[in-house]
Design a binder for this molecule. Structure first.
Ligand SMILES: NC(=O)c1ccc[n+]([C@@H]2O[C@H](COP(=O)([O-])OP(=O)(O)OC[C@H]3O[C@@H](n4cnc5c(N)ncnc54)[C@H](O)[C@@H]3O)[C@@H](O)[C@H]2O)c1
Length: 421
């Protein structure tokens, strides 16, 4: 088994450009991963990645194999090419899934069929039964899957998790979270896939703070209702671009989640995000507030950048993903990088413990490791984060029915259904 796994990123869009590819390049520079390939629907986004000035500056001399090739007609589409690319990699390589939400399952299915480990951007899949199937198939083959909820690797979330579990806050009662993406996102590829029939803003970004509350408290959601307002994208397609969700937890606590594609383009942040949780214990209340958008940095430039959302006055977050100059190119820092590193290193551990063992022993060792990851709950795995698929299913059912409350059932009869009054 290859001790330095090759990596194939499937999907060459925004998240690959700003977080995944630079993180994987850095891991290659550190000698942790081998060759890198990127597969997209057509060559256009791959050309953008290959020409990206920041990537060139940060990782001079490093590159990726493009599928389809960079010289291919940018209009020509190759929806199944990722299957050949994944099939051609040695078993126990790493497939990073970074295609639109509704296509994750097909890529994961191919990766598992070809004995590859997986790092998948959130959400893993959009249907709970699919997440159960993926969990089972991966476990049977001892394949490690990490779901990339990068906020889990934000130190403030890890601090809150430890302190909450030590009882410092008492019990969560009520709270509010927001993750609001900028208005100009409507002009991007979102208009082709984040449409009413596929997704909505609650599904797309609301899951981050639902996952934060679970990650910190260990509580599971039991009911969801999501109200959405439909807006037209520039291409005329319709999307739920303003959403308000209410999540009721197993202890009757309530989290209200606002998610919009409407943060002002002239606002000082790249988006708006944060959470406020009120808790109680004994005869006292407690509070946990994360201002995740304003992290204390205030800049005013003499020139405004030319990218959408660039402003004179800005409050950039140093914590998600930034490049710093530590010599030898640029180094990515922040929880966006740490999250990819954590998942890749967790997979590499599985590859290392397999080395020198016969297939049966190696499988047993990797399965032990998978159970350990499931139980630790730091890396999101199909087993410990599939409640998210139920929340997504409940949210979709609710938003498509004008915000009706949908209940979640766990266990053998797991599923979602309208609440009966
Ligand atoms: N905060 C987060 O965790 C976060 C943030 C952004 C995006 N995401 C997730 O990342 C995924 C991608 O988002 P994005 O913003 O990069 O989208 P995007 O629209 O910018 O890019 C999608 C990419 O998928 C490729 N693609 C589509 N069909 C394909 C196929 N059949 N084979 C190979 N490639 C194909 C396209 O060519 C494109 O490069 C989504 O699931 C999204 O939810 C997560």
């Amino acid at each position: 088994m290859n001790s330095k796994p090759n990596v194939c990123i499937v999907g060459g869009g925004m998240i690959t450009q700003v977080q995944i590819l630079p993180s994987i390049y850095h891991l290659q520079r550190l000698g942790i991963v081998g060759d890198i390939s990127v597969s997209a629907l057509n060559s256009a986004p791959l050309r953008v990645l290959a020409d990206d000035g920041m990537l060139k500056k940060a990782f001079g001399g490093q590159n990726f194999a493009a599928h389809p090739g960079l010289d291919t007609d940018p209009e020509q589409k190759f929806p199944d090419m990722f299957k050949d690319v994944i099939g051609a990699m040695p078993a126990h390589s790493i497939v990073v899934v970074a295609v639109p939400d509704q296509l994750h399952y097909a890529v994961i299915d191919t990766a598992l069929a070809n004995d590859q480990h997986i790092c998948c951007v959130k959400p893993l899949v959009m249907k709970y039964p699919q997440s159960l199937e993926i969990e089972k198939r991966a476990y049977e083959k001892g394949l490690i899957i990490g779901v990339e909820y990068h906020k889990r690797l934000d130190d403030r979330a890890l601090m809150a998790r430890r302190l909450y579990r030590e009882g410092k806050f008492g019990e969560f009662r009520i709270g509010h979270a927001e993750m609001n993406e900028p208005y100009y996102y409507r002009n991007s590829n979102f208009q082709n896939w984040c449409t009413c029939e596929n997704s909505d803003m609650f599904t797309y970004v609301g899951c981050h703070y639902v996952d934060q509350v679970h990650f910190i408290t260990g509580l599971l959601p039991k009911a969801v209702s999501v109200y959405g307002i439909v807006d037209k994208y520039p291409n005329g397609k319709a999307g739920y671009l303003w959403t308000d969700g209410r999540v009721i937890w197993e202890n009757d606590a309530c989290l209200n989640v606002t998610n919009v594609m409407g943060y002002p383009d002239d606002g000082p942040g790249g988006n708006f995000q944060g959470i406020r949780m009120y808790c109680a214990g004994g005869d006292k209340s407690a509070m946990l507030v994360h201002n995740d958008q304003y992290r204390g940095v205030e800049y005013c430039y003499i020139e405004k950048g030319t990218e959408p959302g660039d402003t004179y006055y800005a409050e950039p977050s140093p914590d998600y993903f930034k490049y710093v100059d530590l010599g030898g190119g640029l180094t990515p820092v922040g929880y966006g990088y740490r999250s990819i590193e954590y998942i890749v290193k967790s997979i590499c551990k599985g590859i290392e413990i397999s080395s020198g063992l016969d297939e049966k022993q190696a499988l047993t060792e990797r399965q032990k490791l998978i159970k350990q990851y499931d139980e630790e709950g730091v890396m999101a795995t199909p087993a410990n984060s599939s409640y998210n698929e139920l929340v997504m299913e409940a949210g979709r059912l609710s938003i498509l029915n004008n915000g009706r409350e949908v209940e979640i059932t766990y266990g053998k009869k797991a599923g979602v259904d309208f609440r009966r009054y």
